[in-house]
Every structure is written in C-alpha cells, then in structure tokens.
Design a protein around this ligand. Structure first.
Ligand code: ZN
Length: 51
C-alpha cells in the first residue's frame, strides 16, 4: 500500500526521470520520510561484499 504523502513521488520514495533513471525522492529524503537507517545497513553490507 502506497501512502500518497508526497506530491513529487506520490509515496513511492523514488522518482523516475524522463530518461528512465530512477533515484531517491529528495523531498522525502530531506523530510525524513525515507528510512535512512535501513539504507545505511544495506550500503554497509554492499561495501563488505565489495571488499
Ligand atoms: Zn517523495
């Protein structure tokens, strides 16, 4: 279920540009709507895999 609390991404937390690039919704990121702690854990795991 998507919460439509952001007019830019409509609750999806990601925005797709016209060229097809998908990136995090900066409005949600700044407003703290995105769970940054969860993202940090994922990036840390990715770093460990790469190292
Ligand atoms: Zn948003």
């Amino acid at each position: 279920m998507v919460t439509d609390d952001c007019p830019k991404c409509r609750g999806k937390r990601t925005i797709m540009e016209k060229d097809g690039t998908v990136h995090t919704c900066f409005d949600c990121l700044i407003s703290g709507r995105i769970d940054q702690h969860d993202k940090k854990i994922k990036s840390a795991e990715e770093l460990r895999i790469k190292l």
